[in-house]
Design a protein around this ligand. Structure first.
Ligand code: ATP
Length: 233
């Protein structure tokens, strides 16, 4: 479904991705783990066209999206919940969701809001609350809900559990599973390597911009190098 082939990404003279090849197949949850600064966010953002890959190729459902702009890529069926949540703090929950569906028609927006409220009853209860006054977990649910507004076929999630309490983390992972079971494909970036590999069909390990390991989630969980570096073993 999503394929990165030999992708390099630079910020000026800094090379953030170095010859990255990654594949996400339809219906999978694929997890990307790596230390701070390894390039995980850059990888997701490169899929979205900002920054652009400086070389290599990215295809989504067979279309070459390497040189497309972000809006075109989103319209093709990719949604992203970015690092740091980035909800609009002064807008209500409902207004934030409307922003997520900016290129949809009125009826589609209504249907998407229904779908998001079904997945996140808490957001429905808080529909008129300003996002900035909600808890971290609620804001994360809103960020995911907003990304779901366009009914993407591929959902990119950047560190959805960062800084959240264990109970909320468990809820977020449950929701990720539910979203996948509804037929969506998920590409997940996580610091919480243990839980993120547990729900993953496959995973990749990124170190200083390079993919150093690729395997099933189950195999990565018992890999000695992964256990030492990312699972605190
Ligand atoms: P974290 O978990 O800390 O978010 P990450 O694995 O997501 O880390 P990136 O944020 O993708 O890593 O950063 C990869 C490298 O690119 C780092 O060396 C970082 O300093 C650099 N970098 C990221 N964004 C920019 C930018 N806008 N300008 C210049 N360098 C950047």
């Amino acid at each position: 479904m999503l394929k990165l082939q030999n992708v390099h990404t630079h910020y000026g003279a800094i090379q953030a991705l170095n010859d990255v090849s990654v594949e996400v197949n339809k219906g999978e949850i694929v997890t990307l783990i790596g230390a701070n600064g390894a390039g995980k966010t850059t990888l997701l953002m490169t899929v979205c066209g900002s920054p652009r890959a400086s070389s290599g190729a990215i295809t989504f459902e067979g279309h070459d999206i390497t040189k497309e702009d972000t809006h075109t890529i989103m319209r093709r069926g990719i949604g992203i919940s970015p690092e740091g949540r980035r909800v609009f703090p002064d807008l209500t929950v409902l207004e934030n969701l409307h922003m997520g569906g900016f290129f949809l028609g009125k009826q589609e927006i209504e249907a998407s809001i229904e779908h998001v409220y079904h997945l996140f009853p808490r957001l429905k209860e808080r529909s008129n609350q300003r996002a900035g006054t909600m808890s971290g977990g609620e804001q994360q649910m809103l960020a995911i809900g907003r990304a779901l507004m366009t009914r993407p076929r591929l959902l990119l999630l950047d560190e959805p559990t960062l800084g959240l309490a264990p109970l909320i983390i468990a809820q977020i992972f449950d929701i990720i599973r539910t979203i996948r079971d509804e037929g969506m494909t998920v590409f997940l970036v996580e610091q919480n390597a243990n839980k993120a590999l547990q729900i993953a069909d496959r995973g990749y390990v990124l170190e200083t911009g390079k993919v150093v390991l690729a395997d099933t989630g189950a195999n990565l969980l018992i890999n000695d190098d992964v256990r030492k570096a990312y699972l605190g073993a």
